[in-house]
Design a protein around this ligand. Structure first.
Ligand SMILES: Cc1cc2nc3c(=O)[nH]c(=O)nc-3n(C[C@H](O)[C@H](O)[C@H](O)COP(=O)(O)OP(=O)(O)OC[C@H]3O[C@@H](n4cnc5c(N)ncnc54)[C@H](O)[C@@H]3O)c2cc1C
Length: 416
């Protein structure tokens, strides 16, 4: 079934009897060429590009819960490619280009909205750093604009420009950044992969790997053994737990990150705004809710729920930046499990076990990476070679000292 304006009108006039499910619900086959563990955004995007771009036809995605139950359905929906380092910027810009064509590619309305992002500047030193980042972005073709205080004030006059501790002195803007509807992304990729023959198997938890003579032969699951020539693991916050079953210990810690949504308000915030002196980022959904977040919880956890001290911390950041937020009622909040790597950058690589591949370490920036991560992981699985934009995301970089420390805070996963 192809979605189009014509189809919507036709269904409206004929009683909506022609809509079909977005994907099948198949039973697992005894074996596949490639099994992807994890039906989040990255796993499904990988399966989509494996089938569409690399012609892999015997592919399955195994998801322990339901599609969208993980971080892909829990994030604050920000997409951007405003990175500094050479290992990161080309990859995120590749992702941005894929976002720009995603809805045409999947024939699904994922509500990709390039409404712009402003990173606020509060000190002269920060302006220098953002100027440098903006130059790196322009070199990668991502586009960037340094805004004066007056320009920022014209766009978002409701911010607290004269806060005594954190005066706003300008901003770095990426106009092509914005938001996308997070579950619309996972549904679009799932539908596109299913249409190309990928088996998406929900309620199927991987409980172990069958490894013989250093080669993976398949996975044990809650629905029995499934054979595979290659296995790609993309389980985000569960990476440590799942790879432990293959005898691997990863340079990753899991922490909770919370998201918050206010009651619906009239259109207030034109794009995405990030506070440069604390950790707070905010945008407004099409339904009117202010969608915002801040820091991760400080200690390790696999719980998909947050704690009150961080709620207080995030809301303090919001009040410092835009005091009017104190008049809005908080409607909902939830948590997701972040796979925090030691340098804040991801891993897309083969492992020392033949046929076993890893996609992990997305921290809280993995939503914007979904298209490029899927494409690069599919490239690696299908060709055995890393995609040109993902060559730095090696698992052994921590041993070799080639970390990609975008924030410059060192091996401190909780600070990235
Ligand atoms: C509150 C919050 C806000 C965020 N905000 C942003 C943002 O604004 N911008 C941005 O770029 N990023 C953001 N992120 C990060 C982003 O959402 C994640 O980095 C990204 O979604 C992770 O990749 P994924 O979609 O594949 O993960 P997930 O959706 O978590 O997918 C992993 C899947 O693996 C499954 N799984 C786990 N174990 C097993 C097993 N044993 N067998 C089978 N399946 C298994 C899980 O059930 C899950 O569905 C945010 C995250 C959170 C929680």
């Amino acid at each position: 079934m192809k979605f189009s304006g014509f189809k919507v009108v036709k269904e409206a006039l004929t009683g909506h009897k022609g809509w079909t499910p977005l994907w099948r619900n198949p039973d697992p086959k005894p074996s596949y060429d490639i099994v992807i563990v994890g039906g989040g955004g990255h796993g499904l995007a990988t399966a989509f590009y494996l089938a569409k771009t690399f012609g892999e036809l015997k592919v399955a995605v195994l998801e322990k819960g339901w599609l969208g139950s993980g971080n892909i359905g829990r994030n604050t929906t920000i997409i951007r490619s405003n990175y500094l380092l050479p290992g990161n910027e080309p990859f995120y810009e590749f992702s941005m280009k894929l976002w720009e064509n995603l809805e045409q590619e999947t024939n699904f309305n994922s509500m990709v909205s390039q409404r712009g992002i402003i990173n606020l500047i509060h000190t002269d030193g920060q302006r220098d750093a953002y100027r440098r980042r903006g130059n790196a972005m322009m070199l990668a073709g991502a586009g960037a604009r340094l805004l004066s205080r007056d320009e920022v004030k014209e766009m978002v006059p409701f911010l607290n420009f004269d806060n005594a501790r954190f005066p706003i002195k300008g901003g770095l803007m990426q106009e092509r950044a914005g938001t996308a509807r997070h579950d619309g992304v996972v549904w679009g990729y799932a539908r596109g992969a299913d249409q190309r023959g990928v088996d998406i198997i929900q309620n199927c938890e991987v409980t172990g790997f069958k490894i013989e003579n250093g080669k993976v032969l398949g996975v044990d699951t809650s629905r029995g053994f499934i054979g595979a020539k290659k296995v790609g693991v993309a389980v985000a916050g569960s990476s440590g737990r799942v790879m432990e079953k293959a005898g691997m210990r990863l340079p990753i810690e899991s922490h909770v990150l919370q998201a918050f949504v206010s009651e619906g308000l009239k259109p207030t915030i034109p794009g995405v705004i990030t506070f440069g002196a604390g950790h707070f980022y905010v945008s407004q959904s099409d339904k009117g809710g202010l969608v915002f977040g801040g820091d991760i919880d400080g200690y390790n956890s696999y719980a998909q729920r947050g704690n009150l001290p961080v709620v207080e911390d995030v809301l303090e950041g919001g009040m410092a930046l835009m005091p009017m937020i104190g008049r809005a009622r908080l409607l909902r909040s939830w948590g997701g499990i972040m796979d925090m790597s030691m340098d804040g950058s991801p891993i897309i690589d083969r492992t020392h076990i033949d046929g076993l591949y890893l996609n992990a370490g997305w921290c809280y920036g993995g939503f914007k990476a979904t298209p490029a991560s899927g494409y690069a992981f599919a490239h690696l699985l299908a060709t055995g070679r890393p995609h040109e934009t993902a060559t730095a995301y090696r698992l052994d970089r921590f041993e070799r000292g080639y970390v990609i420390d975008e924030k410059g805070v060192g091996a401190q996963p909780n600070l990235h």
